[in-house]
Design a protein around this ligand. Structure first.
Ligand code: HEC
Length: 176
């Protein structure tokens, strides 16, 4: 087989392989233009949150609320490796109310998003906060998001209970 022929076979194989590989699927959607009144954190700081990866999930039995905890790449890596969260970590919590599944009542399913909230590690902007975390919460009220207007002092003080884990309650939820 001559050189030209073997190069063209390799090139064709490479083309077939690249056509078969799955695209890296990204969800692109807009988030509301909202800002937290006390620390100026914006919803847009997590505009790509639907592409973050699951760190854990919780179910609040009193509120019957399902919560997913998601991390951007930086936070996800730290969580799975159980190492300290570096600067630039973003951790998002989404809460859904739940209802019985219409076709299988023993199971509950997520119904409507109730809130999206996040923690962002920024050692310049939040140098005075424990762990350098800034907090933001956006709650859904009659189908529309609005910024939490009761301040973030309570976020900081309750998350102090998770000081041992870098002020983050969630630990990586094993999948095996
Ligand atoms: C009374 C205690 C308390 C307060 C106040 C509180 N949190 Fe949390 N937070 C928790 C607990 C417990 C969890 C984990 C269980 C869950 O998902 O509900 C959590 C989880 C989170 C997470 C996921 C990362 C983690 O730590 O597990 C984020 C993000 C978060 N809270 C943001 C906020 C924001 C923003 C505020 C303030 C607007 C706030 N929290 C106020 C107790 C609190």
């Amino acid at each position: 087989m001559n050189v030209i022929k073997s190069i063209s076979i390799i090139a064709t194989l490479a083309l077939i392989t690249s056509c078969n590989s799955e695209p890296n699927y990204q969800i692109i959607s807009k988030v509301p233009d909202l800002t937290m009144p006390d620390n100026n954190l914006k919803f847009t700081a997590i505009e790509d949150y639907k592409n973050y990866r699951i760190i854990g999930s919780h179910f609040r039995t009193d509120k019957k609320e399902l919560r997913y905890i998601l991390g951007n790449d930086i936070a996800f890596k730290a969580s799975i490796e159980n190492s300290p969260y570096p600067n630039g970590s973003k951790i998002v919590k989404i809460g859904w109310n739940t209802e019985e599944m219409s076709n299988f009542s023993p199971a509950l399913e997520a119904k409507e998003v109730q809130r999206v909230e996040y923690m962002i590690k920024d050692n310049k902007r939040f140098s005075d906060n424990p762990g350098n975390w800034g907090y933001a919460r956006f709650i859904k009220d009659e189908g529309k998001y609005k910024s939490w207007d009761k301040g973030t002092e309570s976020c900081i003080s309750c998350h102090n209970l998770a000081k041992e884990n870098g002020y983050v309650f969630t630990e990586f939820q094993k999948m095996e």
